[in-house]
Design a protein around this ligand. Structure first.
Ligand code: F6R
Ligand code: MG
Ligand code: MG
Length: 364
């Protein structure tokens, strides 16, 4: 029997600005999910990364199941009621529509899902990032699946030397899914040429060319493209099966030691380094820096093991220090040049008005 993993995440309110959800909000979501347990869902885990909460479901309903999406929506609605009663900031902010309609994609929350026949052992890692957008995973995925500098399995494992097939989404095209499929290693220059543009081209899936099996499923929605105006960064989630014909857990984690610069940070309008943090970490300096959590599980017959917090290890303390240094360095130049994003990515429309006004004052 096939297992489906679905992770659905939303920001439905937090304490002290966009920092961290309250314990009571988390408990309200959990209580709702507990009340529905056993009917639809085989197992689930609830977590937070910055101001976002994520529900990881294991079930039998397949990808895009409206029953699973509705369950997540209803759990977020229950959490929003608690957030409102506590006076949390931005209560219900990612629930953009008044009611659920078939598929949660496009209603605000981010979704990453995949269905597979469980291997004899089925380890996977669930990533969640805050104060950034889906393109934040482009570089780490490229490096983990194509570059032996991070993934030694590409040299050492016969299963992996076949390479991987990337499915890359053009997120500016909103009428339908517009995507391209490219094979590594033959087409890595084409893959790199697309993935350098994190705001337009986003990895949505990766498949092993040895087994044909899916390794990666990522959320790719960019709400400002769908809504036509800025509604905050999309704080992406990602599922990645590991080991065997896929990169090992440590190879998938390896590129996160770079602390590469991503879009997001304060008001979703700046550039900042992505910091790998422990589960439950909140947000602080300059509404950032952008953060990512990684949680490993095994799943058997749909039942999830206890979680392992991948970035809760002394090695990553050192990386966090380096990333803080990079964040401070870029923040020293404030609004200038590379520190801020181009107009199309700025979170607030106010600057457009400002520029219009100033334009009228120019003389030739
Ligand atoms: C939200 C975020 C924050 C906010 C900032 C201002 O995800 O990135 O940096 O943009 O705190 O928030 P508002 O406009 O809600 O006062
Ligand atoms: Mg937020
Ligand atoms: Mg967020």
């Amino acid at each position: 029997m096939k297992t489906t993993l679905s992770v659905i995440k939303a920001d439905i309110g937090s304490i002290g600005g966009h920092l961290r959800p309250s314990t009571a909000l988390m408990e309200a979501v959990r209580a709702y999910l507990e009340s529905k347990k056993g009917k639809l869902v085989v197992d689930y885990r609830l977590s937070n990364t910055g101001d976002d909460i994520a529900i990881l479901f294991s079930h039998r309903e397949g990808v895009g199941s409206s029953a699973i999406h509705e369950l997540a929506w209803d759990a977020f609605v229950a959490g929003t009621a608690k957030a409102k009663s506590e006076g949390l900031y931005g209560a219900g902010q990612d629930l953009l529509k008044d009611s659920f309609s078939g598929n949660i994609k496009g209603l605000g929350p981010a979704v990453a899902e995949m269905e597979f026949e469980e291997r004899e052992n089925e380890p996977f890692i669930f990533f969640a990032a805050d104060k950034t957008d889906p393109g934040a995973y482009n570089l780490p995925l490229y490096l983990a699946f194509t570059d032996p500098m991070h993934c030694s399995g590409l040299i050492l494992s016969p299963k992996m030397s076949q390479g991987f097939r990337f499915v890359i989404m053009d997120v500016e095209y909103t009428e339908k899914d517009r995507y391209i499929e490219l094979n590594a290693p033959e087409e890595i220059y084409d893959i790199a040429a697309l993935l350098r543009d994190n705001e337009r081209f986003v990895v949505s899936q990766i498949f092993s060319r040895d087994s044909g099996e899916q390794a990666v499923a990522a959320s790719t929605t960019r709400l400002h493209n769908i809504a036509g105006k800025y509604i905050g960064k999309d704080d992406p989630v990602l599922l990645c099966r590991v080991q065997g014909s896929f990169p090992a857990a440590g190879e998938i984690l390896s590129p996160y030691n770079i602390g590469h610069y991503v879009a997001g940070f304060m008001r979703g309008s700046h550039t900042g380094p992505l910091m790998p943090v422990k589960n439950g970490c909140g947000i602080s300096f300059f509404d950032g820096p952008p953060i990512v959590t990684a949680t490993a599980f095994c799943v058997q017959d749909g039942i999830l093991t206890e979680p392992v917090d991948c970035f809760d290890h002394p090695y990553w303390d050192h990386v966090r220090g380096e990333v803080s240094r990079k964040a401070t360095e870029l923040r020293r130049q404030g609004f200038s040049g590379a520190a801020m994003l181009p107009y199309s990515e700025l979170e607030y429309g106010g600057i457009v008005e400002k520029m219009k006004k100033l334009d009228g004052k120019f003389k030739t």
